[in-house]
Design a protein around this ligand. Structure first.
Ligand code: PLP
Length: 382
């Protein structure tokens, strides 16, 4: 039986076209792009093309793209660069629902380096408290870092508006666009962003490659000090095949954005409406409109997500939960906690995240399976 993969916010299948583009650079074209002979120059040329393709996805200049090892490195570098650029400023604004690649660094700075961190809260729909955000800006603020799209609920923050405010106040603005890139249109010429993080494996490039957009004029402080790669901004011989794969994935994502917003959205909406209709005690987490078109976070009262996932796994369906199960208790995720999601639905929350590869047939199978699974568990767990 074929795997039904509906966990695309965790990672995605590498697209066949991406694999084809990468293969020669894992095989015969193994030159180091920094070498000066013709054999290596072919690799350098492909890296340049990849940089252009990544830039095109967000309407940036190729010089503004720095390749990194993952979204986490991009996020960490953005924070590190901001605090290095403004050592006298000791305040960072972020949100209560960020990925640990941002929130753990902020907590570390708070606990060990005397930084004040404002974790802006969200409401029940996962939307930011903008009044609190704006009123917390001060002369001491070094950085505002907010995610474009939430990985658990898909909720979108009003990045354009916040970035504009940051620009007016002269404060650096970074966005973690790891879940947004390839899923929503991003134009850095229209949105005043200083740094933006991307991760390849979230949109059909391989794992272990990412990028950081850095607006012309700002100099980052890399976590890796070494050779003069990435225009002297990040040391380390390039992960050539993966960078080339990331470039191809960006090219495809740009072309296929309308598919994301039509076909994928229709399938997600169908899944959502069927589950809500056919399973009582079910509710969607997050704002219904300001949301990624591929994500559905849905809670089922009175059942444990771990039990649902385990039965889904037996039916070869891969999804994820909004909670973690420890030996003592069920802990709902920090995102659902921040949204004050009631425990009874939070503990039974499943995240379905689609990609352009999902089909109507798969969604129908998931719906039928989910109805049977929840029925079975409710009989047992009540
Ligand atoms: N930021 C967000 C919103 C994410 O969802 C993830 C990964 O799940 C990351 C950052 C980290 O990206 P990576 O896995 O490439 O380190």
């Amino acid at each position: 039986m074929k795997i039904i993969y509906i966990d695309n916010n965790a990672t995605t299948k590498v697209a066949d076209e991406v694999i084809q583009e990468m293969l020669p650079f894992l095989g015969e074209l193994y030159g180091n792009p920094s070498s000066t002979y013709g054999f290596a120059k072919q690799v350098d040329k492909k890296i340049k093309q990849a940089r252009q393709r990544v830039a095109d996805l967000i309407n940036a200049e190729p010089k503004e793209i720095i390749f990194t090892s993952c979204g986490t490195e991009s996020d960490n570098t953005a924070i590190y660069s901001a605090i290095k650029a403004f050592p006298e400023k000791k305040h960072i604004i972020t949100s209560s629902v960020e990925h640990p690649a941002i929130s753990k660094v902020c907590t570390y700075l708070e606990k060990t380096k005397g930084y004040e961190i404002t974790f802006v809260p969200v409401n029940k729909k996962g939307l930011l408290d903008l009044d609190l955000l704006y009123s917390s800006i001060s002369n001491n603020t070094a950085l505002i870092s907010l995610m474009w799209a939430n990985n658990e609920t898909g909720v979108l923050f009003p990045i354009k508006e916040i970035a504009e405010k940051a620009r007016e106040k002269g404060i650096l603005f970074h966005t973690d666009a790891v879940q947004a890139a390839g899923k929503v249109a991003i134009d850095v010429k229209k949105v005043s962003i200083d740094m933006l993080s991307i991760s390849g494996h979230k949109f059909h490039a391989p794992k272990g490659v990412g990028a950081l957009y850095v607006k012309k004029g700002f100099k980052i402080s890399s976590l890796l000090i070494g050779g003069s790669q990435e225009n002297g901004q990040r040391g380390g011989t390039e992960n050539t095949a993966s960078i080339i794969g990331l470039g191809k994935a960006c090219e495809i994502a740009r072309k296929e954005l309308p598919i994301m917003n039509n076909k994928v959205r229709k399938l997600r909406d169908y899944l959502e409406s069927q589950l809500l209709e056919k399973i009582s005690g079910s509710s969607v987490n997050g704002d219904l409109d300001k949301r990624l078109s591929n994500t559905l976070s849905i809670g089922f009262d009175g059942v444990r997500a771990e039990s649902i996932l385990s039965l889904l796994d037996k039916k070869k369906i891969c999804a994820s939960s909004g909670s973690a199960c420890t030996s003592e208790c069920v802990k709902i995720s920090h995102v659902l906690m921040a949204m004050k999601t009631p425990f009874k639905s939070g503990a039974g929350t499943i995240r379905f995240s689609l990609s352009r590869y999902n089909t109507k047939k798969e969604i129908d199978y998931i719906i039928t399976t989910m109805i049977a699974v929840i029925q079975k568990l409710r009989k047992k767990e009540y």
